[in-house]
Design a protein around this ligand. Sequence first.
Ligand SMILES: [Zn+2]
Length: 437
Amino acid sequence: MAEAMPLRRSLPTKPASHPLLLANIGQLLTLRGKAPRRVPEMKDPGLVEDAAVLSVDGKIAAAGKWKEVAKHPALKAQRKKLEEIDCRGKVVLPGFVDSHTHLVFAAPRLVDFEKRITGASYEEIAAAGGGIRSSVEGVRKANVKALAERALAALREMAAQGTTTVEAKSGYGLEAAAELKSLEAIAEAAKRWPGTMVPTLLGAHVVPREFLGKPEKYLREVTEKMIPQAAQRKLARFVDVYCDRGAFGLEDAVRLFEAATRHGLGVRAHVCQLTSTELWPLLRFQPASFDHLDHVVDEDIPQLARRGTVATLLPGANYFLGLEQYPPARKLIDAGVAVALATDYNPGTSPTPSMPFVLSLACTHMKMTPAEAIAAATINGACALGLGASKGSVEAGKDADLAVFEVEDYREVPYWFAAQRCQGVVMGGRYFPGGGR
Ligand SMILES: [Zn+2]
């Protein structure tokens, strides 16, 4: 497998069973404690200075003050095999969990980009044959290998910016064969990338051209073909739906969630990006996350605050669409909702692999503090994927997935926007300088 990918040759060949010590850490953000994080814990990143993290067999064996970590028996017993990374004057935090990406597509959408600059709206572009539907042809024509290669290249860019876990959606195939092919491409990329991937079926992204005017019929394609096959072949962990004007309605979303639940898959939804949607009819399915929420209804917020459903905010899309309004992070966080941040990486509305840039947007345009933004991008992102027990914080027993930043203070991570300050990541206990690019 490694020979097939020239870039892999530069990656360390040591197996994860070699213990790894991140030593002399200036600031370690542990994010340990209750998960998901809400106010007031969300304001506390669990900062430890003069710290170290020891990983053994891909898991964190000890993390905290160096004086404490130094006592761990594995340090002495495996000293010869130990790989040590000097993190003097640097910040170490949990690897980012990018819990919302549309990873599988064939080409960027440059015509849409230019049209929008000259004044066309998202919906006008869609009506003129651009938008989501224009990515469909490319995905239908591409083979699994080509889609997987493109996905892998994006994953490496993400890792170079500190991301170690990525949720990846299908959604540009919009027919059973092409949606399943997209999920196969995700599985192929997952095999070859040392980070963690969580696959999601988004067959209900929009109604494809050949079903225009017959949304019911297309919905049956999703519920009767795509969902059962994706579940049976274990190609997806979640089913997602784009529930908004121009896509699917609330009743459609309920039917999709019923089908997903019947087949043992988790659910999540794109909601309230363009218009308001009542969320309570979907809450009984215990969605892992509601994503976007720009136009969330005030009455739904207390309901969200009481539940485990994470509110995933995607300011990269607002930025790229040139919107003045950003998702209402303060309103949600202050009400006690568990908020996550993700890139929404996609060719139409958010072509960025960078979690640090998203954090910067969250601070400058949504008035989240750097600590809140980091919690949203790590432990809360993990909870949005059902991985809160294994990812998103630096605690003994959790997966050794970490990001090392060449900054002295964690607040510099969102401060230096559009900069590259990530020195490397640890994925499954292995260190990848530059994210493994
Ligand atoms: Zn999305």
